[in-house]
Design a protein around this ligand. Sequence first.
Ligand SMILES: NC(=O)c1ccc[n+]([C@@H]2O[C@H](COP(=O)([O-])OP(=O)(O)OC[C@H]3O[C@@H](n4cnc5c(N)ncnc54)[C@H](OP(=O)(O)O)[C@@H]3O)[C@@H](O)[C@H]2O)c1
Length: 289
Amino acid sequence: MSETKEKIALITGCSSGIGMHTAIDMAKAGFRVVATMRELSRNTRLLQAAADAGVAELIEVRRLDITEFDSLAAAVAEIVRDHGRIDVLVNNAGYALGGFAEDIQLDELRGQFETNFFGHVALTRAVMPVMRAQHAASGVGGHIIMISSISGLVSNPVTSSYSASKHALEGWSESLRVEARALGIKVVLVEPGAFDTDIWERNVRIGKIALTDFSPNRDRARRFANVVKTKLKKGDTRVVSRLVTKIAQDPNPNLRYLVGRDAVVRYWSQRLLPWKFYEKMLAKYAEID
Ligand SMILES: NC(=O)c1ccc[n+]([C@@H]2O[C@H](COP(=O)([O-])OP(=O)(O)OC[C@H]3O[C@@H](n4cnc5c(N)ncnc54)[C@H](OP(=O)(O)O)[C@@H]3O)[C@@H](O)[C@H]2O)c1
């Protein structure tokens, strides 16, 4: 076990997007980062970005699939063996399943929850004893930062599975936040709007029948897919990674951080506009009426 004073961050889903940029920004801020990904062969972009930023020394890549639940405790134990502690856990890994609710099969919905909800729950539960012990020894537990989504607060049509998984994460984390206070563990939810990552391209997942002739909604689903491609504006991912890095250094962070203008607009429109007007506007934008 190394007797180091540097802060150790464990981040999931670092092969691209928010996870990758957060690994870089946290290393730039002085954290030693254990950047995990489920396929080590996808480490190229992260390693290149780390070299370009001059922080390769501070980033260590390890394999971790958050749905391999039985392996998580051992993975955490290895990190503690090698680094002595875990100060920050960023639960970032995830994907979005698209398709009308009527067309999504139960196994597809379960798969969405396995990653976006149960994966985060399982890893959090594996890390909590480490932070609990740190708090008992030094008075400082750690930060657990959940990369949720505006879809965790406001549901979108045609991504009911994703919205449901993020709503579950929001509810679970809100309870955990209060439970973990006494342990010196700060639980935080980050709720981004649309940001330019692989989630919209390489990692996009569509229900098996959603766009096929087996779906009674196929024409509307195809129109929606086109709306996502043509109308949706996506922000610079670094805005999210910088925010996460700031939260990780804040000894007294808030519970929630909405990030992106679209997230703020969506959140407040749903709360302030009359529901019937709001839903009409949303269906019109999504071209599904
Ligand atoms: N970008 C947005 O607009 C947006 C908005 C709101 C919230 N978010 C949230 O931000 C988080 C990161 O997404 P992103 O936008 O950065 O997308 P991304 O570029 O597709 O990154 C997702 C990462 O999660 C990894 N992953 C997926 N399943 C995994 C598993 N079972 N175990 C470990 N890693 C797994 C992917 O690994 P592989 O390389 O192996 O696929 C990839 O590294 C997600 O939780 C997403 O819901 C994104």
